[in-house]
Design a protein around this ligand. Structure first.
Ligand code: HEM
Length: 159
């Protein structure tokens, strides 16, 4: 039996961090659909949940994906390999999308849902719906980028 190398250990951490960072995001459509059946007060709770998950789970796990990925790349491959540099670029785009669009939009959605609840309105306001469309579009883009990243990592095109 061959000894388990440090590389295998770091690869396990890398894949585990990918599961932790992005797994929950694939459950968002079901979670969101359930919460939308409830009232505006519950929608504010939904967006605060997204914010907490982003800050405490997704962002830290993305940092682990990056650090473990850098170790793996420098140990056996090169950062210049196209499948690695492309995935690195995707991860930076994901960091930018999270920090510049998804998190601020969720914060705004939480505020708007609270405002709608305080106004006593049953249906979400037009402001809420507009921000929600933005969140859905950029969220779908982020998920598509994760799928491309997984494909690049597994297929390693150009290697
Ligand atoms: C969204 C970001 C990422 C995702 C979803 C991801 C996903 C994965 C997955 C699923 C594997 C296992 C592939 C296999 O064993 O066939 C893997 C391996 C690997 N990843 Fe990533 N990764 C990401 C980012 C990165 C980054 C930024 C780097 C480098 C800077 C990197 C470097 C590597 C390397 C070198 C391997 C090992 C390949 C091997 O030895 O077979 N990854 N990644």
């Amino acid at each position: 039996m061959t000894a388990v190398a440090l590389y295998d250990f770091v690869l396990t951490i890398h894949i585990l961090a990918v599961v932790v960072a992005f797994g929950v995001v694939f459950a968002y459509p079901v979670l969101d659909a359930q919460m939308h059946k409830a009232g505006p007060g519950d929608l504010a709770a939904l967006h605060r949940l997204h914010l907490a998950l982003g800050r405490r789970v997704i962002s830290p796990a993305m940092v682990v994906v990056l650090l473990a990925g850098l170790y793996l790349a420098l140990d056996r491959y090169s950062l210049g390999d196209p499948w690695i540099s492309a995935t690195l670029a995707i991860l930076f785009v994901l960091f930018a999308l999270t920090g510049a669009v998804l998190t601020p939009t969720d914060r705004r959605l939480a505020e708007l849902a609270e405002r709608d609840a305080n106004a006593g309105g049953g249906a979400p306001s037009e402001d809420y719906r507009r921000e929600e469309r933005k969140a859905a579009a950029f969220g779908s883009l982020a998920l598509a980028l994760v799928l491309v990243a997984i494909f690049l990592m597994v297929a390693k095109p150009g290697l």
